[in-house]
Ligand binder design. Structure first.
Ligand code: ADP
Ligand code: MG
Ligand code: MG
Length: 243
């Protein structure tokens, strides 16, 4: 079944320069999908439209067959967890535990339920030992994991991650990706914006490549990554995968 559908999405930050030009694609429930494309192709813009930060000038976004046009950012966030490209709480003195618990507190969950969920997610994200630390004391990669943890704890239907593994060390990269893969079997849908060819091949069932606001390709990662024209257009870097 289709979970998320983008229909003929058109958008520009200003009238002169369209960023998305009739973009359509759909995502099935439980799918792990990558969105790729060179810098400036519109990948982050797509995620901001899905989350409602901006409105398309034409076209629509449907979740479970329902048009999201009238839904606020907050309403969409109940179903769509968005992990932004850059952690935005670099200087926060909030403790890790409280940061990750905040969303559940605001939604009125009981203390026991909160503690159980938060501890589980902190362990999965490699943050349990830091739970009493302030966010500001963490490295960039650890802050990224705090962001992911604070969204996972809300158990969204769709998890949308913009460059999820950028700045991660290898061990935590694997931990996060294995965790996301595990989530896939529970039915959550995971959309990852990435340039990482290893991530695509190892973890994604499908990759959508954007170029100039349009869909250039939509295929299994091994098909995308062995097509020289697509690899060139998406500016995917040559790695040992091509040796
Ligand atoms: P990507 O994530 O694929 O690198 P973006 O979606 O960030 O691409 O950007 C697509 C285009 O929109 C780029 O040309 C970028 O300069 C422009 N852009 C992105 N954000 C803004 C903004 N807030 N205001 C104006 N132009 C923007
Ligand atoms: Mg970019
Ligand atoms: Mg981007």
């Amino acid at each position: 079944p289709v979970l998320l559908e983008l229909r003929d999405l058109t958008f520009g930050y200003d009238k002169q320069a369209p960023v998305l030009q009739g973009l359509s694609f759909s995502v099935r429930r439980g799918e792990m999908l990558c969105i790729a494309g060179r810098n400036g192709a519109g990948k982050s813009t797509v995620s901001k439209l899905i989350c409602g930060f901006y409105r398309p000038s034409a076209g629509s976004i449907l979740l479970n067959g329902r048009d999201l046009a009238a839904d606020t950012i907050k309403e969409r966030a109940e179903h769509i967890g968005f992990v932004m490209q850059n952690p935005n709480h670099m200087i926060s003195m909030t403790l890790i535990y409280d940061e990750v618990a905040l969303g559940l507190k605001l939604r009125g969950f009981a203390e026991e339920e909160i503690r159980g969920r938060v501890h589980k997610v902190l362990q999965i994200c490699g943050l349990y030992e830091f739970r009493e630390w302030p966010v500001s004391a963490l490295s960039y990669g650890q802050k990224k994991r705090v962001t992911i943890a604070s969204i996972l704890v809300l158990e969204p239907e769709v998890l949308l991650l913009d460059e999820p593994t950028a700045g991660q060390d290898y061990r935590h990269y694997n931990e996060i990706m294995e965790f996301l893969r595990g989530l896939g079997s529970t039915g959550i849908t995971v959309i990852m914006i990435t340039h990482d060819m290893h991530l695509m091949l190892e973890y994604a069932e499908r990759t959508i490549v954007l170029a100039e606001g349009r869909k250039l390709a939509d295929a299994r990662p091994e098909v995308i990554l062995t097509d020289r024209d697509i690899v060139g257009s998406a500016n995917l870097k040559e790695t040992s995968l091509f040796a």
